[in-house]
Design a protein around this ligand. Structure first.
Ligand SMILES: Nc1ncnc2c1ncn2[C@@H]1O[C@H](COP(=O)(O)OP(=O)(O)O)[C@@H](O)[C@H]1O
Ligand SMILES: [Mg+2]
Length: 1022
């Protein structure tokens, strides 16, 4: 692949030993080179960079951050890396940040780096362009999409062959560039890519915006850092020898080392000065002294160039310098041959040999001269009509501002803001708009400003607010939109007032602040009744908010109105958005067929319009609802299709993650746990620990890990998901699902009180009806735990706890009846049957019939995990009742098969334990068979003597097992001693040994374990 030939040339001109290359007509006959021809030192740094390069080339994306003071040799070092990479056939992209009076130029280095690549790669249009005005809320910003697409581009580049992306001088970077680079470092997981970043470490004052960026990169531990030190004596001597072509006298090397401090750039400048005579008194004088030796026209050209951005093209320089062409060429030739300026033959631009020279020259400009030069640049650029191009537009705005021409700076700032906005550089857009607002005041207010800017102050404020919201400054957005509203007379301009109020509502919703809902209502009140797109949008916003608040009937009414208006005015995207909310709402009102049809329509509409976000959002809601209806395979299919749409549109990490969470949830319910695990794993890989978009993935993963017995992982996902969704405005189902995972873990671990607390917590956090299976599971888990509590408390003669557990259980059963009763959905019937069977257990009458009903219901619904659980319980109830043993054995074998197939470790363990105690042979492949002799009065003849006794896996001796059984019945040490004819002292020793072996803190917990092991029920009492 031939990539960025242009930049490869440029790299040759800015890095490495380039000075002897011809750089166009300007480059004169040069005798001595200022730039060191031989590369000196940096052995260790080169080795580390080579290692990083190898790691990258082997497929692990790697980032190296090089810091060092100006002139120390960062660019030169990077030049070596780049040359080596090219020799190895790598693609090299190079971009430098632009210094513009401390203001960033939107994406400048990346635009430079990518010039030409995009066409080469023939990047497909991601869709979602055209009419796809974004109707989907905030954390999924357009900028996020851009970042994801850029990431994909780099990954693809790295597929063809190793790629190196160099971004130099990050201390000048604009915020959007910093954000993008941070994103890349966080998210690059594949592709042979080496990212090399440089910055001036001496430039970073305490509040420099690069500091938090560097801190973030450090936190992620994904970057290697190099800090370039100055040269020592020997290196300075070597550098000087390179420059002179022969060793220099030791005393000269010594003096230059002392004076330069070992800064490679100053070594070169001092070497040049020394050749001319004595060393000047200061380093700055060293730079200026060489320039003062040049003719006046050359000096004039340098002053002009110093007021430009990093590089300036010939025509612009000529225009601003105002010199006759012949004189200009002569002056340029002189400056280039003195190696103060470098000419780039490829694009006809000039730049200073080093930014330090530029800064010195700029610093020497007289104030009036400086202002005049900026004004001339501004005038020249203005004539070029650069308003649409974010880089030049920013430059123009900066020149007018630096020229103190506030009248012109104002519209230029607005134009630069608009250009930045179009380039998705929202932070820069916000900065420009806010600058414009400041200028608005300074130039005398509305009468003056409005005609020049082409918009009034309210609109400027609104734009600033939108840009702020898009750059993640939602709080600022709220303030700006409020100011915009204050500028408007709602009576005179109800439409604008309504639109702004809708934006306010939207931003408030995104920051999770109160008042969003009221603001939507206010917007609806304000918007003129005549059909308009604005009216449709405002209604759709209110409808969505109502839907998210689970006020489904109201949501449906408002959405219907939004749809009607949208259809009248042909606002298709808004129509789709409202259809989506409507469908989601009315499914919850049991209008299933119609709701699904609405969602299908919304999806088709969005797809037809190329509105990828809306299409993905429709797939999110549709797959969610299909899952709730138990149409699991369809749910997986829709989610997978949505993932494809999202992936192609740069939404893989956002909507894609939500869709993957939905797909995984349905796979979990289908019993395809391995697929669910690898899918969630793959998508979790894409985000980091702070990524809000991983919430659904973690939620599904928590439930999955609880079922698989990876308890620590399950609880970690619960904690992370809770933390992340803390201030997110999200579906009402989240808290109960997370609590269900937590309760399941606690239940398997026999921590009954914690399990009960988790259930209570999940229900207390509920903000709407229970619709999700995993959330409803909370009720069954709650009943299961209360039944266990009853059993344990009964054994311990603790009537208070028994009564309490029964009260709680009755409440849970009532809740289950309300949430699940009377439904056509198979899993709801099955879950209700499970709850009823657990209720019988709560009553102390474990009922095989109730469990068999649950088994039949789960068989009908096709959810293998709860089915296996019900079979296990049914077998247990049959065995306890001395019921149909063959039936019990059959159920237990099926439960075992199911648990093994799922990978449901804890359930499998319980099934095997029950099989041992009940002396049921689980079959040849099972790891366990019958229990110890005498464990059950009715032998079935299969019991192999080799089978370990229950508790053996815990390392308990038979005697300890007996003691534990008694402890579990609530007996004191003395009672245990009496029962076993041992001394109380011996009994107490046994008890402490047991506690230690079980890893529990006290008798109560030990009792819980015993109970769970089935030790309490199966053994005859002493
Ligand atoms: N290792 C080196 N060997 C020889 N010359 C060097 C070395 N490092 C820097 N220089 C020279 O010093 C000057 C300043 O180096 P540069 O890489 O531009 O500094 P920085 O990018 O850190 O500001 C350049 O002319 C460069 O060629
Ligand atoms: Mg440099």
């Amino acid at each position: 692949m031939t990539v960025v030939t242009l930049n490869q040339e440029r790299a040759g001109a800015t890095a490495g030993s380039f000075a002897s290359e011809p750089a166009g007509a300007i480059l004169g006959d040069m005798t001595a080179t200022l730039t060191s021809p031989t590369f000196v030192g940096r052995t260790e740094e080169l080795a580390r960079l080579a290692a990083a390069g190898e790691r990258a080339a082997a497929g692990t994306p790697t980032a190296v951050l090089i810091g060092g003071e100006a002139g120390v040799g960062k660019t030169r070092l990077v030049g070596e890396v780049v040359a080596a990479a090219r020799d190895n056939g790598a693609t090299v992209l190079i971009g430098g940040c632009v210094e513009l009076g401390g203001e960033g130029v939107p994406f400048a280095p990346l635009i430079e780096a990518l010039r030409g690549v995009v066409q080469d790669l023939n990047v497909a249009d991601p869709g979602g362009g055209g009419p796809a005005l974004s109707t989907t809320p905030g954390p999924w910003s357009e900028q996020g999409r851009l970042f994801e697409l850029f990431l994909g581009l780099l990954e693809r580049l790295g597929e063809e062959r190793p790629a190196v992306l160099v971004v130099e001088d990050l201390h000048w970077a604009d915020r959007s560039t910093r954000d993008l680079l941070a994103y890349l470092v966080r998210n690059l997981r594949q592709g042979r890519l080496l990212l090399v970043l440089t910055y001036r470490s001496d430039e970073l004052h305490r509040r420099h915006p690069l500091r938090p960026f560097l801190a973030e990169l450090d936190r992620g531990r994904r970057v290697e850092r190099l800090e370039l030190a100055r040269f020592g004596r020997a290196e300075v001597a070597a550098q000087l020898a390179g420059i002179q072509g022969a060793p220099v006298p030791a005393d000269l090397a010594e003096r230059i080392h002392a004076r330069s401090g070992g800064n490679a750039f100053f070594v070169e400048e001092l070497a040049a000065a020394a050749a001319d005579g004595d060393l000047p008194p200061s380093l700055r004088d060293t730079l200026l002294a060489r320039i003062e030796l040049l003719g006046e026209p050359a000096q004039q050209v340098l002053r002009v160039a110093a007021a430009a951005g990093n590089r300036v093209d010939h025509d612009l320089l000529a225009e601003v310098a105002g010199l006759p062409e012949a004189e200009l060429l002569a002056a340029l030739r002189e400056a280039v041959s003195a190696q103060v300026l470098l000419a780039d033959a490829a694009d006809g631009t000039y730049g200073f040999r080093h930014a330090l020279v530029k800064e010195a020259v700029y610093g020497e400009l007289l104030p009036g001269e400086r202002t005049r030069l900026h004004a001339r640049y501004a005038a020249a650029l203005a004539a070029r009509d650069v308003a649409g191009d974010p880089g030049p537009a920013a430059e123009l705005a900066w020149h007018w501002y630096a020229a103190h021409d506030l009248e012109r700076a104002l519209p230029a700032a607005v134009a630069a803001g608009l250009a930045a906005e179009r380039a998705f550089a929202f932070a820069e857009a916000q900065r420009q708009f806010e600058r414009a607002l400041e200028l608005w005041e300074r130039t005398g207010g509305d009468g003056q400003a409005e005609p020049r800017v082409g918009m009034d102050k309210a609109e400027l404020l609104a734009r600033a607010g939108e840009a702020a919201a898009n750059s993640g400054a939602a709080e600022r957005a709220v303030a700006l939109v409020r100011s915009a509203l204050a500028e408007i007379d709602a009576a005179a301009e109800p439409l604008r007032a309504a639109q702004l109020t809708e934006r306010l509502a939207f931003h408030l919703r995104i920051v999770g602040r109160p008042g969003a809902f009221e603001a939507y209502q206010e917007a609806v009140r304000l918007v003129p009744p005549a059909p308009s797109e604005a009216r449709a949008r405002v209604l759709a916003g209110l409808g969505q908010t109502l839907m998210l608040r689970a006020r489904f009937a109201e949501a449906a009414a408002v959405c219907e109105e939004a749809i009607a208006v949208a259809r009248q005015v042909g606002a298709r995207v808004v129509e789709g958005h409202a259809l989506n909310s409507l469908g989601t709402a009315i499914v919850r009102l049991d209008q299933v067929a119609r709701g699904l049809a609405c969602l299908e329509d919304a999806r088709r509409l969005a797809a037809g319009l190329g509105a990828a976000k809306d299409e993905a959002r429709a797939c999110v809601n549709l797959s969610d609802i299909l899952e709730d209806l138990g149409r699991l395979q369809e749910s997986v299919d829709v989610a997978a299709e949505g993932m494809e749409v999202a992936g192609a549109a740069g939404l893989r990490r956002t909507f894609g993650a939500f869709l993957a969470g939905n797909a995984a949830s349905s796979l979990y319910n289908l019993g395809r746990w391995e697929e669910a695990t690898s899918l969630t794993g793959a998508y979790l890989e894409l985000g980091d620990d702070e990524d809000l978009n991983t919430v659904t993935l973690r939620q599904t993963r928590a439930v999955l890990d609880a079922g698989r017995g990876d308890f620590a992982a399950a609880l970690a996902h619960v904690a992370a998901a809770r933390r992340l969704s803390g201030d997110m405005f999200i579906a009402v189902q989240y808290p109960p699902v997370l609590s269900a995972a937590e309760a399941e873990v606690a239940a398997w671990q026999g921590r009954l009180e914690e399990a009960a607390a988790a259930v209570a917590g999940g229900l207390a956090a509920l903000q709407g009806p229970l619709t999700d299976l995993r959330a409803c599971m909370l009720l069954a888990l709650g009943l299961r735990v209360e039944a266990d509590r009853v059993a344990l408390a009964t054994a311990r003669h603790d009537p208070d706890t028994v009564a309490d557990a029964r009260l709680v259980a009755a409440e849970l059963l009532r809740w289950a009846g309300g949430a699940l009763g009377g439904s056509e959905v198979a899993w709801k019937r099955a879950l209700l049957a499970t709850c009823e069977a657990e209720w019988a257990r709560v009553q102390g009458q474990d009922d095989p019939g109730a469990w068999l009903a649950a088994v039949a219901a789960w068989e009908a619904s096709g959810h293998p995990y709860p089915l296996a659980v019900a079979r296990w319980r049914a077998a247990g109830a049959l065995l306890a009742r001395r019921g149909d043993r063959a039936r019990a054995a059959g159920l237990l074998r099926q439960a075992h098969e199911g648990a093994v197939a799922l990978g449901a470790g804890p359930l499998r363990g319980e099934v095997e334990r029950l099989a041992r105690l009940g002396r049921v042979d689980l079959g040849r492949d099972a790891t366990a068979a019958a229990g110890p002799e005498g464990a059950s009065p009715e032998g079935d003849g299969h019991a192999p003597a080799a089978e370990p006794p229950p508790g053996a896996e815990l390392g308990l001796t038979p005697r300890e097992l007996e003691v534990l059984t008694l402890v579990a019945e609530g007996r004191s040490n003395r009672q245990v001693a009496d029962a076993l004819f041992i001394s109380p002292k011996t009994a107490s020793v046994h008890v402490s040994n047991i506690l230690a072996k079980l890893g529990v803190a006290g008798r109560v917990e030990a009792a819980a374990v015993a109970h769970r092991l089935g030790l309490t029920g199966g053994r005859p009492g002493p």
